[in-house]
Design a protein around this ligand. Structure first.
Ligand code: NCD
Length: 310
């Protein structure tokens, strides 16, 4: 059915391009998949006969596998392209690889790559829908959507919430996408971290350099991984000192609201940005819930984009 959904674009590249209504469209459509994913038999025909490519040029566990689970539960065929075995290693350019795959008539290309803006470039040269599954330090829209869905299921609303996003903001595409989406949904955002890990360009947030003032009155404390693979300067003190100042433990969590919840997109550096015991405490941590919501939101994304392309 044409134009079934209020999100009309066939790509999902940047949170910046989404309106509040668009975000709500993805959140609402994923509700049925949250229920469906609790069933014993998890197979639909919604995307039967569709071909989806996972093209991950950076490491991933959660994002790659949850797109695969989402695609397969909807009945699509999913092909994982491993960079290690691809012709990129023979000198083929990324855009040549994409046009090659495009010639096989895929329906969706899910792309993760270290280069900022690459998904946008790819979307201009292929016929398939393109999903940005993380481009460098820039954006990761489906992570922000799954985080929003996790928050919606726990709090029911966004407007009254104050959310602290803490740690390595500078290198975090998760932070950038979340700041965009959660502020559009009406939440107040505090960004907390050492000066060296907070970019000057950051907008729409209050900035704090210490956890005590940054977490005050917050309903959610979202921790971020120190992105060692992207840090080129020596601006981060050693891990022990970092944990003492910015690592989330029960004591620092007590600066937030009494029943505040903890989130983390994973993968975690335990005892660097988060105390291991707290991360595993299901009375305070939504980390496993985030992964569960990731499958539902990605099912909704695949369904909506393919419908828009048709
Ligand atoms: C994040 C990513 O890759 O941007 N992880 C994820 O998608 N779940 C965050 C990170 O790597 O730290």
């Amino acid at each position: 059915m044409k134009n079934k959904f209020c999100y009309k674009n066939k790509h999902l590249i940047e949170s910046k391009e989404l309106t509040k209504k668009d975000i709500e469209c993805f959140l609402n459509e994923s509700e049925k998949y949250i229920k469906f994913n609790k069933k014993k038999l998890k197979k639909l025909n919604t995307l039967k006969g569709r071909t989806i490519f996972n093209l991950f040029f950076e490491d991933s566990t959660r994002t790659r596998t949850s797109f695969e689970v989402a695609a397969k539960r909807l009945g699509a065929d999913l092909i994982n392209v491993s960079v290690k075995d691809s012709s990129i290693n023979k000198g083929e350019t990324l855009l040549d690889t994409m046009t090659t795959i495009n010639s096989m008539s895929p329906d969706v290309l899910i792309v993760r790559h270290p280069e900022e803006g690459i998904s946008k470039k790819i979307s201009k040269i292929v016929n398939a829908c393109v999903i940005n599954a993380g481009d460098g330090s820039y954006e990761h829209p489906t992570q922000a959507l799954l985080d929003a869905l996790t928050i919606k299921k726990r709090f029911g609303e966004f407007k009254k919430l104050k959310i602290a996003i803490c740690g390595d903001i500078l290198h975090s595409r998760v932070a950038r996408s979340n700041i965009e989406m959660l502020s559009k949904l009406g939440s107040k955002i505090n960004v907390v971290g050492p000066k060296s890990l907070i970019p000057n360009s950051i907008k729409k947030v209050n900035i704090f350099n210490d956890m005590k003032s940054g977490l005050k009155n917050c309903d959610i404390v979202m921790m971020l991984r120190i992105q060692k693979e992207r840090i080129i300067t020596k601006h981060v003190p050693n891990e022990k000192i970092y944990f003492e100042k910015y690592g989330l433990d029960y004591k620092k969590l007590s600066y937030a609201k009494k029943n505040a919840f903890v989130m983390h997109p994973g993968p975690m550096n335990r005892e660097v940005e988060i105390e291991s015991k707290l991360a595993d405490d299901i009375t305070r941590s939504l980390i496993q819930e985030q992964v569960t919501m990731g499958v539902a939101i990605r099912m909704a994304c695949l369904e909506i984009l393919i419908n828009n392309r048709d």
